[in-house]
Design a protein around this ligand. Sequence first.
Ligand code: NAD
Ligand code: TDX
Length: 332
Amino acid sequence: MQKILVTGGAGFIGSNFVHYIIANTDSHVTVLDKITYAGNLESIKHLPRDRFTFVRGDIADAATVDPLVADCDVVVHYAAESHNDNSLHDPRPFLDTNIIGTYMLIEAARKHDKRFHHISTDEVYGDLELDAPERFTEDTPYNPSSPYSSTKAGSDLLVRAWVRSFGLRATISNCSNNYGPFQHVEKFIPRQITNVIDGIRPKLYGTGENVRDWIHANDHSSAVLAIIEKGKIGETYLIGAEGEKNNKEVIELILSHLGLETDAYDHVVDRPGHDLRYAIDSTKLRNELGWKPEFSNFDAGIEDTIKWYRDNEYWWRPQKAATEAKYKEQGQ
Ligand code: NAD
Ligand code: TDX
């Protein structure tokens, strides 16, 4: 049985991966999570006791990290400050967690010679023109726009340097925008669904022409497992599921599923430096590792996600009022 250390395993995507590993392998999972405002223990409850351990702690704390890394076979590193809007108002936690936290983990993985997988984002590549034919590939130059994406880019480069200089046995994946259950209500899709449930009009930044390349979180998890099992050390893999949609289309889809007029939303002030378009070419992952996404129907995926937020108000309600109060202060 393999022992996997999952950092950030109480967050949206990390918790999805924990459930995926428990259901699809016989590995033991230890989650290391600080439980910031974004972590939620409700997302990882009812897991089998003999296969799951939870440790509350900070990835930037070497004394916490070292023994946990020493005791595992593989580190899968999800923990991060993950929200662009927060990074524009208070960048410091992004440097502490995304840069220093990653540094502490790769130092421990180097010391104990452990396999390391670093979870990153397509935002490290900056953005694309709306009508450009190209998509991001593993060879696209780094060009991040926000404090969030620049700290993720910095963490990717640290991992690459540790591979080259110290022989760290690491891989990196850069994934597009995830959706699905258990995503914090600060993020675009859950914010709009829970706004409608609360009788608040959805909020679209700027014109809403910005394009995101959506992938279901389960497909992200299956891709990460494929990379841990079959990925080549030192390589980067882009993860995406051909899910390009502009934000206006997504809001209209949510409104129509909830039985409202498709123009029943507000335009609010745009995000400074707002990336225009992300699009992933995942040919390398598909051809070299044989991965393919299972959730190809975005409409059906959104319908299921709406149902989950309707049925699981206990999970998101405690964060909703404070999240909207913060957006209101920002004019969003
Ligand atoms: P999230 O904000 O939902 O979860 C982050 C988790 O990390 C939380 O449980 C939080 O408590 C924990 N955490 C934060 N700081 C920590 C610290 N110092 N020590 C230990 N734990 C800490 O984020 P998410 O959306 O699940 O993203 C997870 C990872 O996936 C991130 O690395 C993010 O950059 C990457 N990613 C996200 C997306 C997306 O669409 N959400 C897309 C591509 C890549
Ligand atoms: O209320 C909103 N209205 C709106 O129009 C919010 C919260 C967002 N938006 C827009 C901004 C983006 O164009 O929706 C799009 C998606 O926004 P977010 O959910 O904040 O995601 P994004 O900034 O694209 O980043 C996400 O995907 C890449 C994750 O938060 C990152 O962690 C990941 O790296």
